[in-house]
Design a protein around this ligand. Structure first.
Ligand code: ADP
Ligand code: ADP
Length: 222
C-alpha cells in the first residue's frame, strides 16, 4: 500500500528531517512509527498524504507515485486516507455530528447517506448519544474519539495517526489503541506515530523507529 524509496526531506532553511528512508507497508498491516520529538515522524506522515513533498526519492501509494502528485489529484488521494491529529482539530462551534460529517460533505454525499454513516462512525467509537453536543461538552478522551470517527467516516483504506494519545492518560490511550486494532481487524491499514513506546509493550507490533531522520525496523521479526 505504501512504499518509500530512498526518501529524503529537507525543509527550507531547516535541517534534514528524513534521510534516505526505505520501507514498505502492506495492505491491512498495522505498524507504529516511533522516535523522539523531532525525529521526523510527522514529516513522514505528511509525505503520505501529500501535505509535504519529498526533496528526494519516491513515495508510492496504492501503486501511484505521489512524490510529484498534481495538486488537483490530492483530494482523490486523501479520500483514501483518514488522518488523526494529536490536537484533534475539531470545529468548536459545530456539533459532534457536524464535525464527523465534514469529510462526507466535502464529497457531497446525500443527507441520508450522511446520517447513516455519521451514526455508524459515532456508534463505533461509543459516542452516538453525544451527537448533538458541542466539543466543549466532551472530555479530552471523547474529543479524541470524535476525531477518530471523523477520520473513519468515509471508510478510508489507510488510517494515519499522529500522536493520537499525546494528551491522554494511560487508560484512555489504551482505549484508543483498542479502537485502532478493531479497525485493523476489519482490514484498515494503520500507521500510528507515537513517542510513547510503553503503549506497544502488550504485543509484538511492527515498529519503524526514526532517529534523526533515519529509519530502522524494530520488533516483529526485525
Ligand atoms: P516529529 O514528528 O518526530 O516530532 P517532525 O517531522 O515534526 O518530527 O520534525 C522533524 C524535523 O524537521 C525537526 O527538526 C523539525 O524542527 C523540522 N521541521 C518540521 N516541520 C518543519 C517545517 N515546516 N519547517 C522547517 N522545519 C521543520
Ligand atoms: P493545515 O495544514 O492548514 O493546518 P490541516 O492540517 O487541517 O490543514 O489539513 C491539511 C489537509 O488535510 C487539508 O487539505 C484537509 O482537507 C486534509 N485533511 C484533514 N483531515 C483529513 C482527514 N481526516 N482525512 C482526509 N484528509 C484530511
Amino acid at each position: 500500500m505504501i512504499r518509500f524509496q530512498q526518501v529524503s526531506k529537507a525543509y527550507r532553511g531547516g535541517r534534514q528531517a528524513l534521510q534516505k528512508v526505505d520501507f514498505h507497508l502492506q495492505p491491512a498491516e498495522m505498524a507504529f512509527l516511533t522516535g523522539h520529538s523531532g525525529a521526523g515522524k510527522s514529516t513522514l506522515l505528511k509525505l503520505i498524504c501529500a501535505m509535504e513533498r519529498p526533496s528526494d526519492g519516491k513515495v508510492w501509494f496504492n501503486g501511484h507515485d505521489i512524490s510529484r502528485i498534481d495538486s488537483k489529484q490530492i483530494p482523490f488521494l486523501r479520500r483514501n486516507i483518514g488522518i488523526i491529529f494529536q490536537d484533534h482539530k475539531l470545529l468548536m462551534d459545530r456539533s459532534i455530528f457536524d464535525n464527523v460529517a465534514l469529510p462526507l460533505r466535502v464529497e457531497q454525499a446525500t443527507e441520508n447517506e450522511i446520517k447513516r454513516r455519521v451514526s455508524a462512525a459515532l456508534d463505533k467509537v461509543g459516542l452516538l448519544d453525544k451527537a448533538l453536543c458541542l466539543p466543549i461538552q466532551l472530555s479530552g478522551g471523547e474529543q479524541q474519539r470524535v476525531g477518530i470517527a471523523r477520520a473513519i467516516v468515509n471508510k478510508p483504506l489507510l488510517l494515519l495517526a499522529d500522536e493520537p494519545t499525546g494528551n491522554l492518560d494511560a487508560a484512555l490511550s489504551q482505549q484508543i489503541m483498542n479502537l485502532f486494532e478493531e479497525f485493523n481487524r476489519v482490514g484498515v491499514t494503520v500507521l500510528m506515530a507515537t513517542h510513547d513506546t510503553s503503549l506497544l509493550n502488550s504485543r509484538d507490533y511492527r515498529r519503524l523507529d526514526l532517529h534523526l531522520g533515519q529509519l530502522r525496523e524494530l520488533g516483529h521479526g526485525a
